[in-house]
Design a protein. Structure first.
Length: 95
């Protein structure tokens, strides 16, 4: 399997994946090594791989063998629509 296909698999699983889980999807260890050497993946620790640019909080948690809790996972910035776009108009101030 080529490195870009492996990176797509990891991206679809949230940007991070275990090697053994990728192995179940047909990714050989040798292919993981090639993906890391070609910088399509980053090896965080034994059997844990990520795509470059994965969220720093996810990277840090995986680096130490953990996972994000609900509060941390919900912390990414909220996208805001421009005022007057109709997507979101804040309520008028009460008097």
């Amino acid at each position: 399997m080529d490195p870009s296909t492996i990176a797509d698999l990891v991206r679809r699983s949230g940007g991070i994946a275990r090697g053994r889980d990728l192995g179940r999807q047909g990714v050989a260890r040798k292919a993981l090594c090639r993906a890391v050497a070609g910088e399509s993946l980053v090896r965080i620790r034994d059997d844990v791989y990520a795509v470059p640019g994965v969220d720093p909080a996810v990277y840090a948690a995986a680096e130490h063998g953990g996972e994000l809790c609900c509060a941390s996972a919900l912390r990414p910035p909220v996208l805001r629509a421009p005022r007057g776009s109709g997507a979101y108009d804040p309520p008028a101030p009460s008097r």
